[in-house]
Design a protein around this ligand. Structure first.
Ligand SMILES: NC(=O)c1ccc[n+]([C@@H]2O[C@H](COP(=O)([O-])OP(=O)(O)OC[C@H]3O[C@@H](n4cnc5c(N)ncnc54)[C@H](OP(=O)(O)O)[C@@H]3O)[C@@H](O)[C@H]2O)c1
Length: 300
């Protein structure tokens, strides 16, 4: 949106609430662009100034300094490399943070997020932590999931602006550490699934079956696999693991076949060996007739 259009919207009272985006890397730029396009009065700042040029052309206000960027809006969204950078960056402008809502969309640990609540409070600011489950091109789409935790009042006050960044915006509660925990837990599912996909592809590849030919069977199978998860989840919560599909005892021989096939075909067997170890341990403890959900006890 051009500055002229923004000015027109402002004069008509259609301008969105003011917001400042600090950090214009790949993600920060995508966040700022979505806000500008929504009509929000968006101020941006980045350590390396050139990265604001495109956004300026689209209607963002480029702050001359970090202090000016902080002063421009009650809502500050920061998205930089890591949380140490957030703290080092904002410390010199700490006097200007009082009364602001600080939304930290930088990836950090749950412990760091919890510390940031007090860090912000000491500087008079209210803290919201956010975890983005999307890559920059998907920011602003209905599919973009962003988890928030921290001040409920701050989330409520700025929900309309934050929802611009992703249709899957969700407030997880007042514990600021939860969004980053969800983040890594879900990323673990992603990497684990990628590794299984790659392992399966390497396995069938030993028979010269192309990956593109096999991948539809994987994606279809994943649908069936995920359909078991709600049942296991309920069993985990109830601590009752009656097998309604296949017992651990039944699954053990094919798990051993997977290990053997991997070894014979020269494919890394670490992942199937780990599965075998977990299941054998559960069976040895007398859980042979339980469902796969029982394996949670081996992880805890
Ligand atoms: N990209 C994704 O798909 C994705 C998804 C979810 C979450 N995230 C998270 O979003 C955050 C930013 O990621 P990104 O992809 O935008 O990374 P990026 O493209 O590498 O951008 C890094 C940003 O951090 C700034 N920065 C680094 N060190 C700094 C310092 N010492 N002082 C001031 N600014 C500094 C950079 O400023 P300069 O331009 O001056 O170097 C730049 O604005 C990370 O925490 C990342 O984990 C990213």
């Amino acid at each position: 949106m051009s500055q002229a259009v923004r000015a027109e919207r402002a004069s008509e009272g259609r301008e969105g609430a003011p917001v400042t985006v600090i950090g214009l890397g790949l993600m920060g730029s995508a966040l700022a662009r979505a806000l500008v396009r929504s009509g929000a009065a968006t101020t941006v700042w980045n350590r390396t100034p050139g990265k604001a040029d495109d956004l300026a052309g689209e209607g963002a206000q480029v702050a001359a300094s970090l202090a000016a960027a902080v002063a421009a809006s009650p809502l500050l969204i920061v998205c930089v490399r890591d949380n140490d950078t957030v703290r080092e960056l904002l410390e010199p402008v700490r006097e200007t943070l009082a009364g602001k809502v600080l939304v930290n969309l930088t990836s950090l640990s749950s412990a760091e997020a919890r510390e940031m609540v007090g860090w912000a409070a000491e500087r008079g600011a209210t803290y919201l932590d956010g975890a983005i489950m999307m890559t920059p091109p998907g920011i602003g789409t209905p599919e973009a999931v962003i988890f928030y935790g921290g001040s409920a009042e701050a989330f409520e006050e700025h929900a309309a602006t934050l929802r611009v960044l992703g249709g899957g915006t969700e407030f997880l509660g007042t514990d600021a550490g939860i969004p980053s925990l969800y983040d890594v837990a879900l990323l673990g599912v992603m990497w684990g699934t990628f590794n299984s996909f790659l392992h399966a592809t390497a396995l069938v590849g030993t028979e010269n079956i192309p990956a593109v030919e096999f991948v539809p069977y994987i994606t279809n199978w994943l649908g069936a696999v995920t359909s078991f998860m709600p049942t296991y989840a309920a069993q985990i919560d109830r601590r009752e693991f009656r097998a309604v599909d296949a017992t651990l005892e039944t699954q053990l021989p094919p798990i051993r076949h997977l290990v053997a096939e991997s070894r014979v075909r020269g494919i890394d067997a670490t992942t199937p060996e780990y599965i075998q170890r977990l299941v054998e341990a559960a069976v040895a403890k007398g859980h042979a007739l339980d469902s796969y959900g029982r394996i949670i006890d081996e992880l805890r």
